[in-house]
Ligand binder design. Sequence first.
Ligand code: 15L
Length: 274
Amino acid sequence: MTAPLATHLRFSRILLTGAAGNLGCQLRPRLKRYCDQLRLSDRADLGTAAEGEELVQADLADQDAVHGLLAGVDVVVHMGGVSTEQAWGAILDANISGLVHLYEAARAHGVKRIVFASSNHVTGFYRQDEVISPKDPIRPDGLYGLSKAFGEGLAQLYWDRFGIETVSLRIGSSFPAPRDRRMLATWLSYDDAERLVVAALSAPVVGHTIVYGVSDNPLTWWDNTSARHVGFRPQDSSEVFRAEIEQRQGAIDSSDPAARFQGGAFVRTGPFFD
Ligand code: 15L
């Protein structure tokens, strides 16, 4: 593990939700370097607590459990919730009700900043030949993307009404490496994911800011100029994976909506619409 990215960043307690998920697992050891206590929560098992970790198994749909989670917390990194297109009931519980529970608990406990894992699927129905910014209107590619748009709206409301700051991260594809041609544009390396979260936690003034979570990929659909005050400077690039991916994937099937729209396969899959 490398040294902390921001030596000035120190909290007494950070809450990381969704800590058993793909990105949560990556952020778990990394966020520990910025706080005395790291509270980790998920519906799933979180294993054994390392030094300085507090493990709390909680369901976001459980209002009381979420209320308890936020007690004594300085900031929240909210990676929890449904992260793919799923049945509406699951999305409703975790991403709609769960998020209301989280923001109400933040208000009750005086938490002043939340880093919210939104998703690129808020704008998945823009075409792959368009470059968009966080200021463009939403175009969700499914109920999952729409639930993340709700989350961004809720974050805006809690900033305007209660002064709780949020950085909404429209995360692209955060995996060890891009898996296909689309991810050459959407890939966010794990190191850049840490840079993004650290920037979101340390920027002095954010109000409610939306930023795309994407590495420094040469081919990009997202322009983060409007979020430069967050100070996110990605340092990895998908380019090193291009040759292998192009060779493996062959010709583009332009009749496939997944090859035309930014959301990829999310524009044509999902149990609700099947
Ligand atoms: C997401 O929002 C998902 O959580 C993740 O699993 C990826 O599929 C990613 O989007 C993506 O667009 O690649």
